[in-house]
Write a protein that binds this ligand. Structure first.
Ligand code: SF4
Length: 434
């Protein structure tokens, strides 16, 4: 019988017949195709808009941080802390809140994607109330979970599917229950996510070993008995029975179809109100760039596609927007590093330090804001200090100049004293104006 692995791959180098004493071992390394990494988030994004998938996972375009992810992350971390014991007692509520605060403070409001610190503080209080309410309702019936934040990578059908289950409880006889916490308001989700967890957990060979290690049970297989989404804001559990095989098969077909689409580079825009509203890639998306309206003073309609200058302009605008995004993300990184450095400066009580190539000095300046302007003016007036703050500032002079009631002769005199330059600043946006 012909042995494939000992057949000459290069007969032309060896003569027409392979020489009997020379064996060329066929390398199979080039034939091994690495399984494609996949997950529920990838499936739902591909199905939502495959072009968005491409921008995120293939092109790896930068995205704005999302405040709702920051809140979800910190609450999940606190929930993990709440249950992370080998045996009771569980942590006190004050320790859970302390852990929540510690994690919350690892990033500032900008890094978390909040529009200002007031919005961040509001969410902080909201999250604290959520955790308190959850603890109040459930702490007397807490049980030690089998696994927390369990991450599994399972290979099946050419994919390596990753799941991260928030909490898994062991119910005995190889049966488990999967819990996924939700911090959003929408409580009408499909069970797809936990159904995928069901499939992966039942394929995961590590779970049997873990059951044996922790509970001493030797089980032949692991079976998911039920699953639940726990909505923390409303303290509501939505439970799902174990899904029948045909439902799991249907879901798996969708997974394989999406993975095939990625492999075949099928990336089409799928515009829709929700997906586009929260999409950071509008500046790259043909749906938005082709339908854009260009602000112009021209009265006549212009065929933008055929006008070479407009084509160049579109490319320049895109380039500007791209660089603007990069500068923004650099600035955010700089802010992060600055916060870290200042933390150490404060701790060590120093104001300068050097690395191998650069040195840093901190210069402290103070910035005041006075919300109640009237109260300040009142204090200054009663203390006879008001005149000292009336020195004409540039902005006030410009305001006077723009005042329509100003006599033209006076305006002219003021203008003669000044020099006017036109400065153009761009406001960069992601087409939708977000
Ligand atoms: S803007 Fe809409 S259509 Fe374009 S990539 Fe984003 S989600 Fe898809």
């Amino acid at each position: 019988m012909k042995n494939e692995n000992t057949e000459s791959l290069f007969p032309e180098l060896l003569g027409t017949e392979p020489k009997k004493n020379i064996k060329v071992v066929k390398s199979i390394s080039s034939e091994i195709v690495k399984p494609m990494a996949f997950s529920f988030s990838k499936l739902s994004l591909y199905e939502e808009c495959s072009l968005k998938y491409k921008f995120k996972y293939i092109d790896k375009l930068p995205e704005e941080p999302k405040f709702y992810f920051a809140l979800g992350h910190s609450v999940h971390n606190a929930m993990e802390f709440m249950y992370a014991v080998k045996s009771p007692p569980f942590p006190e509520l004050r320790d859970v809140l302390k852990e929540f605060k510690r994690e919350w403070k690892t990033k500032n409001w900008m890094q978390k994607g909040y529009k200002d610190s007031a919005h961040e503080e509001k969410d902080y209080s909201k999250a604290v109330e959520m955790l308190k309410a959850y603890y109040e309702k459930h702490h007397k019936t807490f049980i030690v979970p089998f696994l927390l934040e369990y991450s599994a990578d399972v290979e099946a059908d050419g994919l390596r599917v990753r799941i991260i289950a928030d909490k898994i409880n062991y119910l005995g006889n190889g049966e488990i229950e999967i819990v996924d916490y939700k911090t959003g308001k929408n409580i009408s989700r499909s069970a797809d996510q936990v159904h995928l967890y069901q499939k992966i957990c039942e394929l995961d060979p590590r779970l049997k070993d873990k059951i044996h290690q922790i509970y001493g049970d030797r089980v032949q297989s692991v079976k998911v008995r039920n699953m639940e989404y726990y909505y923390i804001p409303g303290l509501k559990e939505i439970k799902f029975e174990r899904a029948p095989d045909k439902d799991i098969e249907k879901l798996w077909d969708r997974v394989l179809k999406a993975a095939d689409g990625v492999r075949a580079a099928e990336f089409e825009p799928n515009p829709g109100e929700l997906q586009c509203k929260f999409c950071d890639f509008k500046a790259n998306c043909p749906i938005f760039t082709n339908n854009k309206s260009i602000i112009t003073d021209e009265k006549e309609p212009i065929n933008y596609d055929k006008d070479e200058e407009y084509s160049k302009l579109a490319a320049l605008v895109d380039e500007y927007g791209k660089m603007f995004n990069r500068v923004n993300s650099f600035n955010k990184e700089l802010e992060n590093i600055k916060t870290e450095i200042l933390k150490v400066f404060k701790k060590k009580k120093i104001s300068s330090y050097s690395g191998k190539n650069y040195g840093l000095n901190t210069k402290k300046t103070e910035k005041w804001t006075f919300e109640d302007r009237e109260a300040i003016i009142n204090i200054l007036k009663t203390q006879g200090l008001y005149d000292r703050v009336l020195a004409p500032v540039l902005k006030n002079i410009v305001d006077v100049l723009n005042d329509e009631s100003l006599p033209e002769s006076v305006r002219k005199k003021i203008k003669e004293q000044g020099d006017k330059k036109e400065i153009f600043n761009f406001e960069v946006n992601n087409i939708s104006g977000r």
